[in-house]
Design a binder for this molecule. Structure first.
Ligand SMILES: [Mn+2]
Length: 317
């Protein structure tokens, strides 16, 4: 599989790299790390990053490129960290000559001519590191690439604390740390919070609904509130992590009102010991066993979702 991907990379003069919309540290990290590595070790190829720049401090990753259709048409498209095609940032991936999918989400949809998909791996950055090391391994001069990959590992494992953290993850981290990266600096970069976020988190905590003997927590967050507190959208969706350390909880859900459509909610589901991705699937969402997302829910649907989770918690007593 990996050999096939490397062969395809070697064979292609133009490579376009895609990832999911509203990119996080793993999506941007894997995309930019792969781009920088390709440009450095295969300097004769044209390499482009597709999709929108993040709203804030995009320089910490790399800037996206402006790319014409004809360039994509003659390119090999590598699509990272994206389980389903509707989430790919820039739908022009479809016109590429060939498509490679590299992802660690639970399989939702096959869309690549070659697919390197492993839901047991912590992050797409971990998969990209595997690929890189089989082709042209990183050296101590590849701090830039190693830092980006480390960011993805940290983001998706919440500092190596989630159930998807494996020995392979930790070995990858150790390998990257050996490339002269600043572990403390990167960690701060990934997890730093604004004062506005801190204040909004305090409000949310006080409004959280606890049920099932405090084993389930959920809360609604309106756009009006996000704006009133001056919190950025990307930061607001991290509020679900505020509940991670609460010992009583088995599952917790943050319903955030959609940015564009009033009274429609996007759900972030998290759990310990039970699965929630199959419940997310019932509402056309998905993700990982214990961390999933759903978009476009009505208030009624959010309540139906809560009932399903309640039942699951009772069944798994
Ligand atoms: Mn990821």
């Amino acid at each position: 599989m990996i050999t096939k991907i490397i062969d395809e990379i070697i064979r292609s003069d133009v490579i376009t790299i895609f990832r999911h919309e509203r990119a996080d540290g793993d999506a941007f990290g894997s995309q930019c790390a792969l781009a920088i590595w390709l440009r450095k070790y295969y300097p004769n190829k044209e390499v482009y990053c597709l999709g929108l720049n993040g709203k804030d401090n995009q320089e910490q990753f790399c800037l996206m490129d402006t790319v014409e259709d004809n360039v994509i048409q003659e390119s090999l498209a590598i699509i990272l960290d994206t389980a389903n095609t509707s989430r790919i940032d820039d739908q022009r991936y479809k016109i590429a000559k060939k498509i490679i999918k590299i992802d660690h989400h639970v399989l939702v949809e096959h869309y690549g001519d070659i697919e390197f998909v492993d839901p047991k791996r912590s992050s797409t950055c971990e998969l990209v590191l595997t690929l890189i090391n089989q082709a042209k391994p990183l050296s101590k001069n590849d701090q830039d690439i190693a830092s980006l990959l480390y960011k993805g590992l940290l983001t998706d494992t919440l500092r190596f604390s989630t159930s998807n953290t494996t020995s392979s993850t930790l070995m990858s981290a150790s390998y990257l740390a050996d490339c002269n990266i600043d572990v403390a600096d990167i960690s701060h970069d990934v997890f730093k919070r604004s004062m506005a976020y801190f204040k909004l988190a305090t409000k949310l905590r006080s409004e959280t609904i606890f049920t099932n003997n405090n084993r389930l927590a959920y809360v609604y967050l309106q756009q009006e509130t996000i704006e009133a507190y001056g919190v950025k959208q990307e930061e607001a969706k991290d509020l679900v992590t505020e509940y991670n350390n609460l010992n009583e909880l088995v599952a917790w859900v943050l319903f955030t009102e959609d940015e564009d459509i009033a009274d429609i909610y996007n759900a972030s589901l998290r759990s310990r010991g039970i699965r929630v991705d199959d419940i997310a699937n019932k509402f056309n969402g998905g993700g990982h066993h214990q961390a999933a997302g759903v978009k476009g829910l009505t208030l009624k649907q959010t309540q139906e979702m809560i009932i399903m989770i309640k039942k699951r918690i009772i069944q798994t007593k």
